[in-house]
Write a protein that binds this ligand. Structure first.
Ligand code: SF4
Length: 388
């Protein structure tokens, strides 16, 4: 019986792997064919006017041998009037409009879809930018104010386990012009009412796209730009420590919100993988530094997940952190997404969690979730791979 085992001849036929591997390894000639440098060199020749400061617009216009005051006229069209094409800029000569079309671009979204919540009037826009890139932006209304929630990335790298955007993976950063354009699109949606507030809480981690987000904030804040007060803007981070420390040095009056969601390292790392990169201790240190440098109190965002982070012990630990760092706390119930292992706690659990936190930290509020019936609530924004 043993003699009949045909093992050796079969093994001899297999050794094809080494040959395949060698063929697959990228040889030097293939690398040389990648045309990356010429593509990069072409980009600066077509600046996106939605993403330029007034000074940059002036330098651009001077290079076209036009007087500097034209920059103010163009800024007026681009930011105040929300022009979607150079042809709309009727106080510029036709020749200049043609030159602008040759030399520059305007990031303007195609509004693919608008959905309106029948519960609270929240509106969600599905916007498409260059390269068929689609993202979502949300307009929230309450009695006192109208707030735009903008995205900073297409998808997200940080994969928080309760977040639909995190499940999408990461596609690319949005440009400053595309972020500003979302605010313009939301302003048009809000009209005739005024878009008074902006939160950077949509798709993506704002500090992972730091420079473009700061640029967009400055354009939104400028008199010549959208004229939105810095104190009316909030940047929300999942706990990007270098970003918080950098923001502390910017001299901006924007609010900082930190998505905490668990007051202990182990649970936080389970819910939010970013905690493996920046520990809770490092995060709390960065928030403390931010408060000392700016004199501003950060807000801790806490999404309540049934049986994960809604116990009295968690409430005590959260209250202790907020008390020590002088932070405000926003508690919000989890918004159910499809295929999720999480669920929102009962109302009774939420109320007892809040009263437990209030024993040590009076600055805790329950934030009402808006737009959850149209998947526009916190953690629900998501554009599937087919873009629909
Ligand atoms: S919560 Fe923010 S950081 Fe976390 S996955 Fe969602 S978008 Fe990314």
């Amino acid at each position: 019986m043993r003699k009949q085992r045909p093992s050796k001849p079969v093994r001899k036929q297999r050794p094809s792997k080494p040959d395949l591997r060698r063929k697959k390894r990228p040889s030097k000639p293939v690398r040389k064919e990648r045309p990356s440098k010429p593509v990069r060199k072409q980009r600066p020749s077509k600046p996106d006017l939605r993403g330029l400061s007034l000074d940059e617009l002036k330098s651009f216009i001077l290079k076209l041998d036009e007087p500097a005051y034209r920059a103010g006229q163009i800024a007026d069209w681009v930011f105040k009037r929300g022009a979607r094409s150079f042809d709309e800029m009727t106080n510029l000569s036709k020749a200049l409009r043609e030159r602008l079309s040759e030399k520059a671009v305007l990031s303007c979204a195609r509004v693919v879809e608008t959905r309106t919540s029948e519960v609270d009037g929240t509106r969600k826009l599905l916007l498409e930018y260059a390269g068929r890139t689609r993202i979502e932006a949300v307009l929230l209304r309450d009695d006192e104010r109208i707030t735009g929630c903008v995205s900073t990335q297409v998808g997200c790298k940080f994969a928080c386990s309760f977040c639909a955007t995190g499940a999408m993976g990461f596609k690319r950063n949005l440009t400053a012009g595309e972020i500003v354009d979302q605010m313009i699109s939301l302003r048009e949606t809000a009209a005739p009412d005024r878009l008074g507030n902006v939160v950077f809480m949509g798709m993506g981690e704002p500090f992972d796209n730091y420079d473009n987000v700061m640029r967009a904030i400055r354009i939104a804040n400028a008199e010549w730009g959208l004229g939105i007060g810095a104190r009316r803007m909030t940047v929300s981070t999942a706990g990007h420590v270098p970003g918080i420390r950098k923001l502390a040095e910017e001299g901006l009056q924007v609010h900082l919100a930190v998505s905490l969601n668990a007051p202990v390292q182990g649970l936080r790392a389970t819910l939010m993988p970013i905690a493996d990169r920046y520990s809770l201790t490092q995060l709390l240190g960065a928030i403390e530094h931010y408060s000392e440098r700016t004199g501003r109190r950060a807000t801790l965002e806490y999404v309540l997940l049934r049986d994960f982070n809604d116990s009295p012990e968690m409430a005590d630990a959260l209250a202790e952190i907020a008390r020590r760092l002088l932070c405000k706390v926003n508690v919000i119930c989890y918004n159910q997404t499809t295929d999720s292992v999480f669920a929102p706690p009962t109302d009774r659990t939420v109320e007892s969690f809040l009263s437990q936190v209030r024993k040590r930290c009076p600055t805790v509020v329950r934030r009402v979730s808006r737009g959850s019936d149209i998947a526009a609530g916190c953690g629900q924004l998501c554009v599937p791979r087919d873009g629909t």
